[in-house]
Design a protein around this ligand. Structure first.
Ligand code: HSE
Length: 298
């Protein structure tokens, strides 16, 4: 009657895949407990880690839970406990982890009536509360694992993309907050054709590189000419970090989701650690506090 969930952090966009590509970070994430109750409805009974609303309709995990509850119409209610580890506004899918955890747990307690795509569909409602728009590029990797490509939101179609064996992510999180809704508002509505051509060439090549474990092609494809020029201005020392990690063996680097976290991909654990030291060095010479995460992608 009770289940404990680990709900992973994720990196959305992955340089050239704005709003469609994402990957899951092994071992970094929130914990949640979902409990079946006789009392009907969805009730958030505990939140630890960060100050988030208890009102179901105002809480991301509550809103996605309600979407599923209204569809399933079960003969019971649910209590949700949230042990939040991923800082809201950090750019590694904090709202997505909350949105996914509640529906994943409820589904398990109901005997799994819904598949992963259907769970993502419910979770979109929670994610939309945080980012003011329906996107699934953090939700899909949190539910499916590995790399995912959101082919379309309506109707929702998610593709699982293979991860090469030896691919590691290193992520630095400068301790400032950037709201996804604000980072979206600064983006231009139109894109010059030449930039669009560059972006979809890189995106297609990245997907091919992931399928064929072609690290060289992955390296050549991890560029973003559309979003990064605008959002990177919101992130202190972005250029310096990027330069340092590329000089220290990273395959590529970019803004994680809407920032301020910066992600890098590396081939092998040793390279990922070198990249970690390079990032650390840049920020330790500033007065900005930071956290670094490292994870294999699967
Ligand atoms: N694709 C989204 C964005 C992810 O970059 O705005 C943020 O959660």
């Amino acid at each position: 009657n009770e289940i404990k969930i680990f709900s992973p952090a994720t990196v959305a966009n992955v340089a050239c895949g704005f709003d469609v590509l994402g990957f899951c970070l092994d071992g970094i994430g929130d914990e949640m407990v979902i409990r079946k109750t006789d009392k009907k409805g969805i009730h958030i009974t505990k939140i630890e880690g960060f100050d988030l609303p208890y009102e179901t309709e105002l809480n991301v995990a509550g809103v996605s839970a309600l979407a599923m509850y209204e569809a399933a119409k079960p003969d019971c209610g649910f209590e949700i406990e949230i042990y939040k580890k991923i800082k809201p506004g950090s750019g590694i899918g904090s709202s997505a982890a909350s949105a996914v955890g509640s529906v994943f747990g409820m589904n398990a307690l109901l005997g799994r009536p819904y598949n992963k795509t259907e769970l993502t569909q419910f979770a979109i409602k929670g994610e939309a509360l945080a980012s003011k728009c329906e996107h699934a590029d953090n939700l899909a990797p949190a539910i499916f694992g590995g790399f995912t490509l959101v082919k379309s939101v309506s109707p929702l179609k998610i593709l699982e993309i293979p991860s090469p064996e030896d691919l590691y992510a290193t992520i630095i999180h400068p301790q400032i907050e950037i709201k996804t809704s604000e980072a979206r508002a600064i983006l231009p509505k139109d894109v010059p054709l030449q930039n669009a051509i560059t972006q979809w060439a890189n995106f297609g090549s990245l997907i091919h590189g992931l399928h064929t474990s072609d690290y060289d092609l992955i390296q050549k494809s991890l560029h973003d000419v559309i979003v990064e020029p605008y959002r990177s201005q919101l992130i202190p020392y972005y250029k310096e970090v990027k330069k340092a990690v590329l000089q220290n063996g990273a395959l590529g680097a970019g803004i994680s989701g809407s920032g301020p976290s910066i992600f890098t991909l590396s081939k092998g654990f040793e390279n990922a650690q070198k990249v970690k030291s390079a990032m650390e060095k840049v920020y330790s010479e500033t007065d900005i506090a930071f956290e670094i995460h490292m994870a294999r992608i699967n």
